[in-house]
Design a protein around this ligand. Structure first.
Ligand SMILES: [Zn+2]
Length: 402
């Protein structure tokens, strides 16, 4: 089997891919809707078991069960974790307003792009691999989570545990609207500063007060200056609350700050500066809560090597695979931060994510399914110009030490 053989085998499965995607889209699964989640998990489990995946479910408090499906490899080549989520941002009833439909090369439906097409992609990629190539080279685990859209609080532990037991991670999130894969993503942090001062009558004895509001204003300016446009770090005070009456010096104020971080070095710089904030007014006390929710997904050596492999595969059928570092976070942030080679955005391509116009461009998406299948058919391998770097195994093993 050659790479173009497998590509052709997947393009031939277009109808099968669309039928499968339609079934998944027609079960509505907003995050936290336990009835929808259960219906979805029962359906997906049956499909996967029909394809001889070994399936287990992992119940999590307050959200739907996670689904973990495993398939053996032909050899002890590199193992791969395929990461997906079945929850969507769309409320129940959205399907009535934007029903599942295929018009030419475009398939519409809530959650089709983000990311039920990624789940269908994994299933079709493995079917084609078995039909044409004798199965994946190394063992494959498909982890489908239920709370990605609300921050993966219930599933993060399982995502990190599975990532630690695999050599590489392919995140089946959609690519950027222009088709670029996601080599890096910014990390996300938020901080909440609470200022306590002393109230006083603003007319009779203002000098006996200590204004939490004035301190908040100074803090907002100081903290906003931590942003670094050249580095790609943004630090934005976003919510401020203080004051009860126009004639009272306020004794309480609260400030929230949104932070986006390209690297761990920047994360440490900004977090250190915010946590080390010293009030200008020595009579004000400040408490600082919050921190980094998703660490940055950096363009590590392992991530670049996976991308280079993807580019070599795409080039065999004339596809020039582009990549980008993007702002929004995904579960790939967790796996990459553990030091496991991660390539994100290998799921569907389309547009309108999180809107009624959400859609998948089918032809380009099938190219990505073929990319996933071909990545699973062989090791990542070394790439040209790689000699200056330590081998992938040494990098990821070292970074995985607790
Ligand atoms: Zn998603």
């Amino acid at each position: 089997m050659t790479i173009p053989d497998l590509h052709r085998a997947i393009v031939d499965r277009r109808t099968e891919f669309l039928d499968l995607l339609g079934e998944l889209v027609r079960i509505e699964t907003p995050t936290g809707d336990l009835a929808g989640a259960e219906r979805f998990v029962v359906h997906l489990r049956a499909v996967l078991e029909g394809d001889a995946w070994a399936v287990e479910t992992d119940e999590r408090e307050g959200v739907g069960a996670l689904l973990v499906a495993r398939m053996a490899g032909r050899t002890d080549s590199e193992s791969t974790l395929l990461l997906a989520h079945y929850d969507t941002v769309h409320d129940v009833g959205t399907l009535e307003r934007s029903p599942w439909r295929v018009e030419g090369d475009v398939a519409y439906g809530p959650g089709a792009l983000d990311m039920k097409a990624g789940i269908a992609a994994a299933i079709v990629a493995l079917r084609a691999l078995h039909a044409v190539g004798g199965g994946p080279a190394g063992r494959v685990t498909l982890l489908v989570t239920s709370d990605e859209e609300t921050g993966s609080h219930a599933s993060r532990e399982r995502i990190e545990r599975e990532a630690g037991e695999h050599d590489r991670v392919l995140v089946l999130e959609p690519s950027r609207d222009d088709g670029a894969l996601k080599l890096g993503r910014k990390g996300v942090a938020d901080f909440h500063l609470t200022f306590e001062g002393r109230a006083a009558h603003a007319g009779l004895a203002p000098e006996t007060g200590a204004s939490a509001l004035v301190e908040l204003a100074r803090a907002a300016l100081t903290i906003a200056d931590l942003g670094d446009a050249a580095a790609g770090t943004t630090v934005n005070p976003t919510v401020a609350r203080s004051g009860q009456a126009t004639n009272v010096i306020p004794d309480h104020a609260r400030l929230s700050v949104d932070v986006r971080l390209p690297t761990m070095v920047e994360a440490e710089r900004v977090e250190g500066a915010i946590r080390g904030y010293v009030p200008h007014d020595p009579e004000i006390r400040v408490r600082i809560d919050g921190g980094v929710n998703r660490p940055p997904m950096e363009a590590t050596v392992g991530n670049r090597r996976l991308l280079a492999r993807a580019q070599a595969i795409g080039a065999t059928w004339g596809w020039s695979v582009e990549s980008a570092v993007v702002g929004g976070g995904s579960d790939g942030n967790f796996t990459s931060a553990l030091g496991v080679a991660t390539l994100d955005g290998v799921g569907a391509v389309g547009g309108g994510a999180h809107t009624l116009g959400e859609h998948v461009r089918v032809g380009e998406t099938l190219d990505r399914v073929a990319l996933v299948a071909n990545l699973l058919a062989s090791d990542t391998g070394a790439v040209a110009g790689d000699d200056a770097h330590p081998p992938a195994a040494a990098v990821s093993d070292g970074a995985r030490q607790p």
